[in-house]
Ligand binder design. Structure first.
Ligand code: ATP
Ligand code: MG
Length: 458
């Protein structure tokens, strides 16, 4: 790639900001992720600008605009133009780092190259302006062309300064499908213990993107010792043989294989990552030498809840993932009544997710009975589709009769009402009753109201 040939077409507002700073006598460039993503022709979410103007000077230049000054002491003045936020940051060099994450103090510098030097990876350490072209002192353009993530400077030093860069390296590698340069990779594996000093929220932001990348297995496998730092529960899966003809891979390899197959939805991906988490602890071999994992799904639910709570995922997310893990083995019985029973627990929309987990699980197993398993999968899918299309009655809420209607028939408020509702629902699910108000009233009258008793009591 010839650096001189690179032309980046930035938006009009960015041009306006850069020109305004230039007219006031300052240098300004777009920098970091937006330069990288422009060269890679990826969608750009923020246009960050770097300049030799000091924060006060930037503020003065844009005094007629809406400004966000919360980052000013770190050198960032954000300008709001047409509802878009543009961060303008003064060239910085970072002082000594404390606690493997935060520089003790931030210093401003007049040299763009100093600012680029503090950035994490070569692909993120480029700046560009229409006037000056691409400024790429660490050959980030070449690393993009070759698909490489490489630290700017000495990897061990850079990861010790800020250990979050370990997760960022894995994330960029997973999301872009780039390899990690050998020295950078060695430093990651050597220093992953420093992640214990990083807040779990920051780790998880990167982890989610890794899990949702095209083929997460590559990074998860090669850097498993990094992931064990915050999810040690994954460790026993590695190399755990299953001794069962449904499986031709150990539990870890099976998990990774399913993870690459399941569609890219964070809840589904997370459920697949943890679906067999309790296999090692439930394993036994029968007298024929066949391995079994009785109850591993149900036990897995508690373990996944513990992991995701520790990693501070939102409660709703945890609830869905734990249900997917808990029921991932329950789809073997494909009768509609069984599927409806599960749908009552997890809701119809999550049945699609459960089916997708099921599909990836099947396809990551050996090919023993695979056709049969897939045929059943399609049958289940059709049943769920039909339930959705017919707006079927799955829960008490869907029923054409409620507790008040039953009381209106002269039945006293009490546990009997709940029992009657449950009976009606079962009758509907078993297709012995239609979900029609008149039919349901008729059924209640026939079975629960006694005309002689009523007459007597009047
Ligand atoms: P994306 O926005 O796609 O996540 P990005 O590279 O833009 O990726 P940001 O967190 O927006 O990431 O950071 C903007 C730029 O700031 C980066 O491109 C990089 O130059 C620099 N940077 C961000 N985090 C770090 C870090 N921990 N250490 C060093 N430089 C960093
Ligand atoms: Mg960014």
């Amino acid at each position: 790639m010839n650096k001189n040939n690179i032309v980046i077409d930035y938006p009009e507002n960015v041009r306006y900001i850069i020109n305004k700073l230039a007219n006031a006598g300052f240098d300004a460039y777009i920098v970091g992720g937006c330069v990288r993503d422009s060269i890679m022709r990826r969608e750009i979410h923020d246009w960050d600008i770097t300049t030799n103007a000091l924060p006060d000077e930037v503020e003065n230049c844009f005094k007629n605009f809406n400004l966000i000054l919360s980052g000013k002491k770190h050198g960032t003045v954000a300008v709001v133009i047409e509802g878009q936020v543009y961060e303008i940051t003064t060239f910085r060099c970072d002082g000594t780092y404390l606690d493997n994450r935060h520089p003790q103090k931030v210093e401003f510098t007049c040299a763009l190259e100093e600012d680029l030097k503090r950035r994490d990876f070569t692909v993120n350490a480029m700046a560009y302006s229409e006037k000056k072209g691409l400024i790429d002192p660490f050959d980030g353009g070449k690393d993009i062309a070759n698909g490489v993530i490489r630290c700017v400077g000495e990897p061990e030093k850079r990861f010790t300064e800020d250990a979050l860069r370990i997760m960022r390296a894995l994330r960029f590698s997973a999301v872009f499908g780039f390899k990690i340069d050998e020295a950078t990779s060695d430093a990651i594996l050597k220093l992953s213990g420093l992640l214990l000093n990083i807040s779990v929220e920051r780790i998880v932001t990167e982890f989610n993107q890794i899990i949702c990348s095209q083929q997460p297995s590559t990074i998860l496998d090669k850097y498993r010792s990094v992931f064990y730092r915050f999810i040690p529960e994954l460790k026993p899966l590695y190399g755990f043989e299953q001794h069962n003809r449904h499986h031709d891979k150990d539990v870890w390899k099976h998990t990774l294989c399913a993870l690459d197959i399941v569609e890219c939805d964070l809840e589904e991906r997370m459920a697949v990552l943890f679906h067999d988490i309790c296999k090692p602890q439930t394993f036994y071999i029968d007298s024929y030498g066949v391995g079994h994992f009785t109850n591993h799904a149900v036990l897995g639910e508690a373990t996944v809840a513990e992991i995701l709570t520790r990693l501070k995922y939102p409660n709703k997310f945890i609830k869905t993932v734990r249900e997917l893990v808990k029921y991932h083995e329950s789809l073997r019985d494909i009768r509609p009544t069984n599927l409806i029973r599960i749908a009552q627990q997890i809701g119809l929309p999550n049945m699609d997710k459960l089916l997708e987990v099921n599909r990836s699980d099947i396809l990551a197993q050996s090919d023993f009975m695979r056709d049969e398993k897939m045929r059943k999968y399609y049958e289940k899918k059709a049943i769920i589709e039909e339930l959705k299309n017919n707006k079927s009655c799955i829960t008490l809420k869907d029923m054409a009769l409620n507790g008040k209607d039953i009381m209106d028939l002269g039945i006293e408020n009490g546990i009997l009402i709940g029992q009657i509702l449950q009976t009606l629902l079962n009758e509907i699910i078993e297709k012995r009753l239609d979900n029609k108000k008149d039919d349901l009233i008729e059924f209640v009258k026939d079975n629960y109201t006694n005309p002689s008793v009523n007459a007597h009591s009047q």
